[in-house]
Design a protein around this ligand. Structure first.
Ligand SMILES: [Zn+2]
Length: 398
């Protein structure tokens, strides 16, 4: 399928270094972006679907790098089905598993955690609930695992590893397994802050600096934060990515963002939700955290959007998150919410409102055009201008 989006008001690229792209048109071909900025009339006319953005703002589909994936589009913790499809209605086109720790009765032995990660990875390789791309299969590091075990599952495609839920006496004991996971090419992640498992201790700056993972999961607390003084140390003394989560401590999220800006380390700051958990299913969590950082932290909304898109993609080495030719065709059209005081999506975000989502394209396919069922309506009217396919993209159910 070829899709053209025309009459875009502003293109936010998702790339922190060049957060805006000039032009008013995006063309996708199959599951890739073919052109960003301008296109000839002929190119637009050759598309199967033409979407009139009516002056709204195009952003890359949001990447939630901390989702409690299990199997299928189901969260046992909140006994809810269809939550991933619901997140897509909030502009999220990619979900990265925070490990399949919420699978009821999940195994703790080496064979069990390996099988769980491999099965989750393979179950989501081609399955896109509601159009969501899901990267699942994050191996839960347990003391019985060896470096060879990690090598074995890396060969099966597992590329995510999670420290923080294993039966270790001390968090420092994760160090050899994290190093082994890194050696096998995995992205390593460590729970940060107060424990969410009874009996295990808090994980703080000293632990993170010793373990040196790629990502500090919910650096602002999941949901309980580490000591304030540890944030600056993490920023200055390491290269660890700083994952700010919606379901964490808002005050330390703002503290961390401020320090990251001060130390010119904002490209290491990435946004995620850490849901569904005890905090619930939060389809608009990414939009809320973008708005919190922009409106309370005084950070440019285009920079906050980059933290939720291109910066996540860079840390996790994904081919999405940036509006540029060759990247994954994952795009959201957002706008000032209807009935608000602001004129544009970026103005609304800086004002503390959440943006209204007017369309989501993922994997090159429009998933809905016109109205998200989860956000307020857009001020401008995104619509299908022409369509050669026997398809209806109005999608939203109210
Ligand atoms: Zn979590």
């Amino acid at each position: 399928m070829r899709v053209a989006i025309v009459n875009i008001g502003t293109i936010v690229s998702g790339d922190l270094r060049r957060p805006f792209a000039p032009g008013d048109t995006i063309i996708t071909d199959g599951d890739r972006i073919a052109a960003v900025g301008t296109a000839s009339t002929v190119d637009v006319e050759q598309c199967d679907v033409v979407i009139d953005a009516d002056g709204t703002t195009a952003i890359p589909g949001l990447i939630d790098s901390h989702v409690h994936i299990t199997f299928g589009d189901f969260t046992p913790r909140q006994q809810t089905i269809g939550y991933l499809e619901s997140y897509l209605q909030g502009g999220v086109t990619t979900a990265i598993s925070a490990s399949e720790v919420h699978v009821p009765g999940r195994p703790h032995d080496a064979d069990g955690v390996k099988a769980l990660a491999v099965a989750a990875h393979k179950c989501f390789e081609h399955y896109r609930p509601g159009g969501m791309k899901v990267y699942a299969g994050s191996v839960i590091l347990e003391p019985s695992l060896t470096g060879n075990d990690l090598g074995e599952i890396a060969k099966q495609g597992v590329w995510l590893a999670k420290a923080g839920f294993g039966a270790f006496d001390s968090a420092y004991d994760y160090a050899p397994l994290i190093a082994a996971a890194r050696a096998h090419g995995m992205i390593t992640t460590v729970h940060t802050g107060g424990s969410s498992i009874p009996g295990s201790g808090a994980i703080t700056g000293d632990h993170l600096l010793a373990l040196n993972p790629h990502v500090s999961f919910h650096v602002n607390g999941g949901p309980t934060a580490m000591p304030d003084q540890d944030f600056e140390r993490l920023i200055v003394e390491s290269e660890i990515a700083l994952q700010i989560c919606t379901a964490g401590n808002l005050r330390t999220a703002l503290l961390c963002a401020k320090l990251a800006q001060q130390h010119n380390a904002f490209e290491r700051l990435i946004i995620a939700t850490d849901t569904p958990t005890g905090s619930g299913v939060m389809p608009l969590g990414m939009l809320y955290t973008i708005s919190h950082l922009a409106s309370l932290g005084g950070i440019g909304p285009e920079r906050c959007i980059a933290a939720a898109t291109g910066s996540n993609a860079r840390v996790y080495d994904l081919d999405c998150g940036v509006l540029a030719p060759g990247k994954a065709a994952d795009i959201a059209l957002i706008d000032a919410p209807d009935g608000g005081t602001q004129d544009t999506a970026l103005g609304a975000i800086s004002h503390g409102d959440i943006a209204a989502v007017g369309a989501v394209i993922s994997g090159g396919e429009p998933r809905f055009v016109g109205r998200s069922r989860n956000t307020p309506g857009t001020t401008r009217k995104v619509r299908v201008a022409s369509c050669r396919l026997a398809r209806d993209f109005s999608g939203a159910r109210h």
